[in-house]
Design a protein around this ligand. Sequence first.
Ligand SMILES: Cc1cc2nc3c(=O)[nH]c(=O)nc-3n(C[C@H](O)[C@H](O)[C@H](O)COP(=O)(O)OP(=O)(O)OC[C@H]3O[C@@H](n4cnc5c(N)ncnc54)[C@H](O)[C@@H]3O)c2cc1C
Length: 365
Amino acid sequence: MDGYAERGRERAFWARSRDLASRASDVHDVRAAGRLLWDHGIMHEVLLANPTGKPWCTGLAIAREAMAGPWPEGDLALSVTGLGVTPLLLAGGLQSSLDEIAAQKALAAFALTEPDAGSDAAALTTRAVRDGRGYQLHGVKRFISLGDEALFLTVFARTGEGNITAFLVRRAQPEIQTTMLENAGGEALYSIEFDGARTEAIVGLEGEGLRLALTTLGFFRASVGAQGIGIGRQALRLALARAASRRQFNRSIGSFGEVQSLLVESYLALLTARSVVRDAADRLDAGEEASQLSSAAKILGTEAGSRAADAAVAIFGGEGVLRDGPVFRLLERSRAPRIYEGANELQRHLVARWLLRQTDPLEEA
Ligand SMILES: Cc1cc2nc3c(=O)[nH]c(=O)nc-3n(C[C@H](O)[C@H](O)[C@H](O)COP(=O)(O)OP(=O)(O)OC[C@H]3O[C@@H](n4cnc5c(N)ncnc54)[C@H](O)[C@@H]3O)c2cc1C
């Protein structure tokens, strides 16, 4: 029984997400993956149908855990579209754009990072210049997932002195050039150059962009932990099958204590991480401030995923490092989530800052 089994809505949602992920696991085109998520109501239920008007964080964690192992393209389409539309949900007033994304069963993207503004997003230099017809964008964004496939990009740019503002930008414009960035996880990742691209609308108020960006990332951070758990869960499944079937020294390798330790440690790390991810998601859905718990969820989930993938490589032996083999891909895919949406080292820094203000931190958790 899965860990979400006790609650009706979550249980049904888990079954739907897992079912779609296993049936769609050979759909590698990310736009097609997005359409399937719209067709099956998963995109809508997680992003647009929550009574709070914000993403359903528990649903997001459930879907990501179910999809990240067998169907990374589904996980990418859901999470990045979520990052793209959440600033619109938070700011309000752009319903027709949300309707257009849903009607076209399209993808959205979130363009914050720049060559010289990564962890320190407030240092961004992309400019939005006002003219008679609205704003024009000038600058470069880097590491933008779905930067080519999205219908709309939510772009964060500087407007005047010090102000950072969020803009909705239609991707298909000659003034927007994308360059694909090959990466270990095989994600659809781009550098984007804006050379006078037009904005569709301001998202929220002028000067409100950084707050919208950070609040959006706060809603998604714990779900990156769920993604790590999904990757680790797939690795553990493969490792268990291999430990049972592979024989050396006239025994199955699963009878060796060292192999058992690898399996047990993977399982314990995944199990612990999942309860923290779920707690953080529950609190976010309840409208509570949960930033240190979200940071902990991201660290624990992504690192449990890497640890389980690495253990699976060990258990597969030489087969484990074959580039096209199933476990090496999981190990590669487990690395980037420890960097994006706030590197784990930065999350540790934030947790440490919070810890030092507490007298009994577990009382708070
Ligand atoms: C696969 C992938 C997909 C991505 N998708 C998107 C996207 O869709 N949209 C988007 O806007 N961005 C995206 N990013 C960018 C991502 O969020 C940044 O890479 C990340 O924030 C880190 O920034 P950086 O790469 O510039 O590293 P840097 O900021 O240069 O940091 C390098 C390292 O320094 C350390 N470090 C930095 N600051 C601190 C600190 N305060 N405390 C402790 N350690 C610190 C960390 O170890 C960090 O990994 C993506 C990145 C990847 C790899």
